[in-house]
Design a protein around this ligand. Structure first.
Ligand SMILES: N[C@@H](CCC(=O)N[C@@H](CS)C(=O)NCC(=O)O)C(=O)O
Length: 205
């Protein structure tokens, strides 16, 4: 059975959502990053980069959320539920997955860190990463607007799963670069309605 090493954070939830979408059985192994469990020898042997999520599947350890989602789609998605079988759409979904790991992931992560620094908030960092998040959301809005798409490629895919847990947090705290864009809000609400997404977002329990 697939082992999922995860915690209550957006990167971990990308993988639990994908596992739920594919109806796979998996064992959840919580790695409490607040308690620095990601630095244990046992976890470093799985991910030398000491970050969740990671999985072990058939004896192989895989880390980096985008790589994990691609692995799950390649191995367990014969119907193209999260990665289309159409070569063009498939590559488009992979493109949006990479776009997330180079864009929304690191920038929102750093914006969150800058905002959390109580007492010594760094306005320059907040402006830089907040400005970049505004730009990235504008890009997503433009993609969704081209041909009036329900999802990034038109069909639900790993590209949407990669973005959802991060942008849903921003939406829930009222970040105006999300809430001022109705198309982006509708897209997030549409993804949130999926039963598999609801289940995946509750992992680890
Ligand atoms: N690029 C990685 C990012 C993973 C990541 O940043 N994980 C965070 C939690 S959301 C973590 O484990 N941080 C602990 C640490 O850096 O020591 C991915 O997409 O999987």
């Amino acid at each position: 059975m697939i082992k999922l090493y995860t915690w209550t954070t957006p990167n971990g939830r990308k993988v639990s959502i994908a596992l739920e979408e594919l109806g796979l059985e998996y064992e959840v192994i919580p790695v409490n990053t607040g308690e620095r469990e990601q630095f244990s020898d046992a976890f470093l042997a799985i991910n030398p980069n000491h970050k969740i999520p990671a999985i072990v599947d058939g004896g192989q350890a895989i880390w980096e959320s985008g790589a994990i989602l691609l692995h799950l789609a390649e191995q367990y998605d014969p119907e193209g539920r999260i990665l289309s079988k159409d070569p063009g759409k498939r590559m488009e979904a992979i493109q949006y997955a990479f776009f997330q790991t180079g864009g929304v992931g690191p920038n929102l992560g750093r914006l969150g860190a800058a905002l959390r620094k109580e007492g010594e908030k760094n306005p320059e960092m907040i402006e830089i990463f907040g400005g970049e998040m505004d730009r990235l959301c504008g890009v997503i809005d433009r993609i969704l607007g081209s041909g009036d798409r329900d999802y990034l490629t038109g069909e639900y895919s790993i590209g949407d799963i990669m973005h959802f847990p991060w942008l849903r947090i921003a939406q829930s705290i009222g970040a105006d670069w999300v809430t001022s864009r109705p198309r982006v809000v509708d897209w997030l609400d549409r993804i949130a309605e999926r039963p598999a997404v609801e289940r995946g977002m509750a992992i680890p329990t």
